[in-house]
Design a protein around this ligand. Sequence first.
Ligand code: PRP
Length: 211
Amino acid sequence: MEDTMINMALPKGRLGEKVCRILGLEEGWDADAGRKLVFEFPSVGIRFFWVKPSDVPIYVERGVADVGVAGKDILEEYSPDVYELSDLEIGRCRMAVATKTDFCDDPSKTLRVATKFSHVARRYYEAQGRTIDIIKLNGSIELAPILGLSDVIVDIVETGATLRENGLEARETIFPISARLIANKASYRFKRENIERLAKRLSDAKQEAKK
Ligand code: PRP
């Protein structure tokens, strides 16, 4: 039998929960949201799964999820072969270069850049013709300049509190970030009507929130 349900990969955490609320699905998962990873809503034709935010594009690109919600940061870093259908205008923050407040750059020297976003950082500095040494970390990036592991970091800044509390400051914005609805290319052909309906529900909710 043809599966008419839309399989949706949602980023585990605040952003995914917000999307659930927007879609009015919060009741179904609240009770045992702790461990369960797959939730079905036959009445609205959605089955969603919680995945690590950076894994959302992998599920969508490979088609086990028809659609997903991913931050622009993740899409810029992994360049998945998917359709970016819409900007959900939530989860706003920015990709920035930050340093210790007293850092003084010497452009003739190799810049040591600590980041989770190595492709983003490489592209950014390549465009400037700057020689860099990428130090790939997986979290707590702000520690790197404090301990002298790097000169700068390329990381997400939302409120700026983490930088401030660690004696760092944002020096350059690389690009603004918000959550995007993405779709698998084949799914978009075969389940187009259902996917467009879902996209419309999300965009209606966005308009409603602006009023
Ligand atoms: C992100 C980012 C910063 C923090 C910025 O980390 O890496 O550490 O948020 O937010 P702020 O400007 O509001 O302080 P996240 O919480 O996603 O966890 P991570 O350490 O796994 O990157």
